[in-house]
Design a protein around this ligand. Sequence first.
Ligand code: NI
Length: 390
Amino acid sequence: MDVKKEAFELTEKLIEMRRQLHEIPEIAYEEVKTSAYIADKLSELGIEIKTGIAKTGVVGILKGNGKKTIALRADIDALPVTEANNVEYKSKHAGNMHACGHDAHMSMLLGTAMILSKFKEHLKGQVKFIFQPSEESLPGGAKQMIEEGVLDNPKVDAIFGLHCDPTIQTGKIGYKTGALMAFTSEFIILLQGKGGHAADPSNSIDPIIMASDVIQELQKIPSRWVNPIEPVVVTIGSIHGGTTFNIIPEEIELKGTVRLLNTELIEKVKGMINGILKGITSIYGGKYNFNFVAGYPVLVNNKEFTLFMQRIIKGLFGEENAVEIDKPLMVGEDFAYYLQKVPGTFLLLGTKNEEKGSFFPWHHPHFNIDEDALPIGTALFAKCAIEFLK
Ligand code: NI
């Protein structure tokens, strides 16, 4: 069978499914309509399904003739973003949007199920279609699905997933062996001072001044305290506190994230943040509270499996469309959890098209994908399953 031809013949259907899913974006663990949509489509194909895994996850199992099992994964959650695109398939759920392309991931995986179920007598093993909730919110749907046994019965031998990438031209596919994405975390810092009149700072303990010192010092972690060869990001993404011009507030809350690739540095960086907070609050006589929550692990692609996919990309779409990613990205992905358990790889599917306006970054209210990429991703999923099970 010609998988590429099958995928391209399915283009209209892929676009239709992607747009239908785009209209009903639901955030983490609220993907009720979305998972019902997926379950319906898989059932129509006669694929055995399990629903309610990690609340709103759906798994389809297609049984072929053979012992090996490959898992193909799509994430299904949307984001609390108000869509700014004026398209006919615009989000119908006010305040929510598929601003990360997970609608496309679902459509491609459903398209793959359509192709593979048509040719299941030729399949030399099992294919597990994992539709996973809550990629965008900690602790991540992947972790919970694994705990609920998604990689067992039948035991999964390898896993493959991909993500739309608005920085890569449509038609091209990015691959990388080893670390592709970073360890992520979320932290909240509460700086407590002593409120008072703005005109009388010496009788107050100003948490705004403490916050400004803390933010400055935190930037010295990557630049001065960690070996410059080690990628570390410390970002404060939110500052809250105070009410008006002439009042020194009681407290300030900072929210931020640490991203890094060398997990041996996690405890070290946490210790540095604590040290900075301790030092600065003690200078001013204030107090602090530091709450650090580890997020997703570093996403590490298996070398052999990645090179196997590289050959598939080249075979389907030519040497010129297989793009080696030379540097890891500092974003995170809970696909990392699957890769801690079974070998596999995560690819980046180019969806950038300047003319169609699909170049806005992930999570942007104008994010969109070039739908010409849909049959490409579908062909990759389907070919991966067939070749791996051979
Ligand atoms: Ni995403």
